[in-house]
Ligand binder design. Structure first.
Ligand code: HEC
Length: 446
């Protein structure tokens, strides 16, 4: 009864703590206003907010103490938070006293005490936050530092590689238990973040006994009626589904809690249920077969931008940005020859390529889209492209191509669009009409 009352009152602590934080910070702002804004009349307000801050901090400390009696908080963090909290109470009291008698103590001391007060407040707040949200709460989503682990399991090549614990159970624990049982926040002194920490058990000893699910505390906790006070997950958090419980039971009973037990050894229903939940490598597996990633990396180092269009065929979109070409386009193009069958889209806009380079491009048999706009390319070069039997789109904007250059292009049956802005070609040219009549969309600008 008394215990419940203490817990009930203590739970106001997280709400109440915002009061002293607000009062003490506003006191510092008032003080800055007095000094920098030359408003001596506000001095009274500084004292008053410091007084309110001290009193509310004292109340917060008492509530916090009551809350800590209800247990469930990590010891080390709790001690630091508690000490820092009481320090804040004491320093804010001193700050109030010094500020009230500033003439006697001097300004320097007054400012110093206020500085320490804010420091103590920050430390208290930080450890308080870590207690309730876990140590990494503040930094977990920060743009710097280590990213949070994915909630999905590790990536597997095939179902046969799956281990019951690592690939099925851990993701369950991660989503339903680790908010309270992990490093930095292990309620009941139980950390469910890894097999090793699970093995260490909780405050009442081991949480599972290999081959004996019935005697395993972990199983008992999750199979109790949900209104039982020992039921896990606590505090009305989303409970485990029946299937999730069955996997846990199977793993401990028949899998003998072996962390390496294969999913294939489990009952058929369990495998069937778990399969779609695994993170099986899909398209990427094909990628490993058909695309030489080492070569792609090398190309990227040279300045190419490479994108995979289709994992199945290994089709690539290759772009050579004009600033990466630096008058070396012909030389760089040679680096594409080893993957010539995989280049489906190619952009060499503004790279300075010339007629002589067209013979190389003509060796990419699967090329579907080619952008060579804004290059000093003329009819003689273009004629080399006629062998590109899969070419669908060709951009010749800003090249030196003329009406005569269209004749070899008319031989490419696959061609669907042709871009001819800023060229010497007259839209009224007979050859334009002819190629349009053959089903090619010809685009002139302006
Ligand atoms: C909302 C927080 C919370 C969540 C979520 C939660 N627990 Fe707990 N758990 C606690 C607290 C608090 C304790 C300590 C008090 C107690 O023993 O009931 C505890 C204790 C335990 C214990 C006993 C440890 C010991 O040695 O006494 C086990 C086992 C356990 N939890 C398993 C689980 C499992 C499995 C899940 C996920 C299905 C889970 N918990 C989810 C808060 C939580």
């Amino acid at each position: 009864m008394i215990q419940d009352l203490i817990t009930f009152i203590g739970r106001f602590h997280p709400l109440w703590v915002h009061l002293p934080i607000g009062f003490l910070i506003i006191a510092v702002f008032f003080k800055a206003y007095v000094v920098l804004g030359k408003k001596p009349a506000m001095q009274e307000a500084v004292s008053f907010s410091l007084l309110l801050g001290t009193i509310s901090a004292l109340i917060a400390a008492v509530l916090g103490f009551l809350l800590s009696q209800s247990g469930g908080y990590e010891d080390d963090l709790l001690v630091i938070h508690l000490m820092a909290g009481w320090t804040t109470v004491i320093i804010s009291g001193i700050a109030w006293w010094v500020n009230k008698n500033e003439l006697r103590f001097g300004r320097k001391l007054n400012y110093t005490v206020l500085g320490f007060m804010i420091l103590a407040l920050s430390v208290t707040g930080h450890f308080g936050g870590s207690l309730t949200h876990g140590e990494d709460y503040l930094t977990a989503f920060a743009p710097f530092g280590e990213k949070q682990k994915e909630t999905k399991g590790r990536v597997l090549a095939k179902v046969e590689d799956a281990e019951v614990f690592t690939d099925v159970i851990q993701p369950i624990l991660r989503s339903k238990c680790q908010s309270c049982h992990r490093s930095g926040k292990s309620k009941g002194e139980l950390n469910l973040a890894s097999y090793e920490t699970m093995l260490q058990g909780g405050e009442n000893g081991p949480v599972f006994i290999a081959a004996d699910a019935e005697k395993s505390e972990l199983i008992r906790r999750v199979t109790l009626p949900s209104d039982h006070e020992d039921f896990m997950p606590a505090e009305g958090k989303k409970p485990l589904t029946e299937a999730e419980i069955q996997v846990l039971i199977w793993w401990i009973a028949k899998g003998k809690a072996d962390p390496k037990a294969s999913l294939m050894a489990a009952d058929e229903e369990i495998i069937a249920w778990a399969k779609p939940r695994l993170n099986i490598l899909g398209g990427e597996k094909m990628l490993a077969v058909s695309i030489d990633t080492v070569h792609l990396k090398a190309l990227e180092k040279m300045g190419f931008r490479v994108r995979v269009l289709s994992h199945e065929s290994g089709a690539l979109d290759v772009v050579l940005p004009s600033d990466a070409a630096k008058d070396r386009a012909s030389e760089l193009l040679k680096a594409l020859l080893p993957i010539k069958d995989q280049i489906y889209w190619l952009s060499l806009a503004g790279t300075g390529i010339q007629d002589a380079d067209m013979a190389q491009i003509a060796q990419f048999p699967n090329l579907q889209r080619l952008r060579i706009e804004n290059n000093p390319v003329s009819d003689s070069g273009i004629s080399g492209l006629r062998s590109l039997s899969k070419l669908e789109s060709l951009n010749l904007n800003g090249t030196k191509v003329s009406g005569a250059g269209l004749e070899p292009l008319a031989e490419i049956n696959s061609l669907k669009s042709l871009f001819l802005w800023n060229t010497a070609i007259d839209p009224q040219d007979q050859r334009v009409e002819k190629i349009s009549a053959a089903g090619v969309k010809v685009v002139f600008g302006g």
